[in-house]
Design a protein around this ligand. Sequence first.
Ligand code: ATP
Ligand code: MG
Length: 446
Amino acid sequence: MELIAQRPNGTKDVAPTEVYKWHTIERIAAETAECCGFKEIRFPTFENTALFKRSVGDTTDVVQKEMYTVTAKSRDNGKDSGEFTLRPEGTAGAARAVVENGLLNSALPLKVFYIISCFRHEKVQKGRLREFHQFGAEMYGSADAGADAEVIAMVAKILDRLGIDNVELMINSIGCPKCRAEYHKALKEYFSARKDELCPTCLDRLERNPMRILDCKSPICQDIAKDAPLILDFLCEDCSAHFEKLKRLLGEMGIGYTVDPHIVRGLDYYTKTVFEFVTKDIGAQGTVCGGGRYDGLIEQIGGNPTPALGFAMGIERLILTMDSKGAQYIPDKKCDLYIASMDEDAQTKAAVLVDKLRSEGFYVEFDTVGRGLKAQMKYADKIGAAFAIVLGSNEIESGKAMLKNMATGEQTEISLGDKFVDDFSNVAVANMFSGTLDDFSMGNGI
Ligand code: ATP
Ligand code: MG
């Protein structure tokens, strides 16, 4: 057999046996965000291309090289044709959604989070995919550095609850348009002197947005950028005070950080604070979270001026990081009971009993593939069933069966009549509490 097509390069399937890792991250991140006052927002997978060009910035790698864009033909006399792009990130779509739905007209700050897939036509490497997933959060309406500290602390808490302690927080300030004007002049001067060595993309950036050169992935540009003037030396009074307050707050909260004056982030909308959480344990793509402030973004996309900030963490990179240090995940639900059947009447009875227990929230299985008894019991073992019952004509006739504890081999008689659900619940609950407290804890603070 040959598949007619394989999955596109840079995409991944998640097998049902691996999905507990995703659930752990999604659940812990969402629960932590909810404790911090964030609520989930959902928005489309694709947007009008103009949204990304204007917000992410048309001199960024993302817009210049990595967008998946389609030109849709009109189905309505030319009125609905246009260019659409699969979202390369979440901030622009979330910002568009909160403005379009008037969510910034109510009490601020507004705090939202999302779990989304993103699409970038990048060079595929470990930790760098073409479809990847982000847990992201955005906070609108707070200009104070207290909000920056709150958002950074939330990321730290998520990482901590996931058992990720092999990351470092790097922070920087990239100022506001006011201080950046002077900085751009200095950068232009610096890079113009080595103009001939820059890559063609950066040559264009030199005129339009010299700060982008600092984020170029080409080794030659990176090497030149190493000695470029630093934005921290150009901060205006306001930006400087904001950065000092953030550092003081992080210190008070006991959140360790390093100031890295070279971080500029890959997207144009950032102002003032930028930050990254980086690990050395998963290879070259070690940034598990990137974020910062974007005070100009809402106005830039057509809303009323509203300060904003946020972050996104790459879920695939979080999994790589957790796996690199053997961090614990929340385990999948284990099968509570397998009801084996020896003939068709018994199978019918099994189907009815299974259905009753499932209504009570138990995870129960029975045979639907016609296995013999021995193979059914082997299967029960394989799926880790805590208990098993074997139904044959004797059991059906007497209305009673033996409930076998698969771990201890212990057997208890159980009624198959009206008391079945109650009897099973009692035994199952007693069994859950018979383990040590350690067996029962799920780790990760949950
Ligand atoms: P990088 O410098 O690693 O390319 P970025 O600056 O492009 O990252 P952001 O746009 O800030 O990344 O995205 C936030 C997070 O999403 C990153 O920190 C990373 O964890 C994840 N991420 C970004 N691009 C990819 C990708 N192509 N594959 C997997 N994860 C990604
Ligand atoms: Mg990138």
